[in-house]
Design a protein around this ligand. Sequence first.
Ligand SMILES: Nc1ncnc2c1ncn2[C@@H]1O[C@H](COP(=O)(O)OP(=O)(O)OP(=O)(O)O)[C@@H](O)[C@H]1O
Ligand SMILES: [Mg+2]
Length: 429
Amino acid sequence: MRHDALYLWFLANPIAPRYVGRLRLVDAGKGVSLQYGADWLSTGFALSEDLLLVDMEQLPRWKGMAVGAVDDARPDRWGERVIQCIDKPARLSIMEYLFYAGDDRFGALGVSTSADAYVPRAKSPLPRLAQAQHLSEIVQKVSTKEPVNDAERRMLAAGGSFGGAKPKALIEIAGEQWIIKFFNNEPIDVPLIEHASMTLASFAGITVAQTQVVPLVGEHALAVRRYDRHGTTRIHCISAGTALRAQTVAGQDAELGYPGLAQLLRRAGVAEEGLNLRDMQELFRRMVFNILIDNTDDHEKNHALMVIAPTRQGKYRLAPAYDVLTTNSGQGYQEFIVGNAQRDSTLSNAMSQCELFGFTPPQAAAEVVRVIQVVDGWRKHFAACGVSWADLDSLAQRIDADPLLGQRRTFNPADYVSPVRLRRRSPFS
Ligand SMILES: Nc1ncnc2c1ncn2[C@@H]1O[C@H](COP(=O)(O)OP(=O)(O)OP(=O)(O)O)[C@@H](O)[C@H]1O
Ligand SMILES: [Mg+2]
């Protein structure tokens, strides 16, 4: 089936899907546009800040993408591989990826072949936790491009095309949807280390998605509870990249970084009870934690915003942290901009724009000290999570070696006391 036009739906309440508009393949097959429908124009909301409620076809502002928030409704590398292997569409454009991502995709958007009814790609029920071993074997086959039979295809088709690069699928645990991330033959036990890193982050005042280690034969997998599902309702979510690009002039390089995201939260986060300030300050802790734990893979899709009050001015909350783990790369720079020294993985860089996160320098320095204390206990915590001695030693070569250990040891909050305010002399005295 070739889809040159598809239809976008909003599924916050999946029992009553709402038609949003028409998607069309543009840019010689490399982009996807959106034209809102009349009803959505009068009663809907802008899906992202660059998709205003205007009665015209909205074209993608960057090459190779779908417009605004629609781009977050498609899978990326792993999901694309599953679609290629399971659905085998005759053509592989963004349109096919948007369609075959299916009903369980990230966020609350849905893609249908009809503008009159929500008709997503057919699906079977999600596999249960008890089927995780079998699911991992199917995922392994997809990873190595081995053929899969019909029953295997059905099992993975249920929720196998989620985003990200690593092998994963959706499963059901006690009636809730979880993402299960599988071991991918890395030299260290990545699923267990992700669990250990995420739970360690929670001790540093970071809200994390709930994780659960799933023991399989000879390896672990990691289940991560979905934050974009709440009982039977779905939460419209956008990646940090989409949110930051939306406030950037078309085609220009967006400032993809922590300070920019903090400022976006200040402007468009939920101001009631100072929630936006809380999110900004938490983002600072996440940045410092990622630096110290050597999580350098903190790219634009590894931070997300939940659009909790779409029709209000203040609408975004920072989604819980996910995909937080020691990448063991020691590359010395982050994927997301940190401060004045751009992406450098240093605490002085993190401190350099701390006011943009709503902190005075002494307050920010106190937060850094708090995160350092938590990271100082990483080895004990990881060991308690069951991480092997060999893996601990491997991680220690990054976390407990220079430059990261040196930064933990030499950070001095006294370097960040606020300058004494000089009394301004009146020019008339
Ligand atoms: N708990 C969650 N709830 C909802 N969506 C999630 C959750 N965790 C991750 N996601 C979504 O799924 C995508 C892939 O997940 P994740 O980043 O954990 O996978 P990955 O393969 O490790 O990614 P990467 O390509 O960054 O290595 C994320 O970019 C995010 O959009
Ligand atoms: Mg990721």
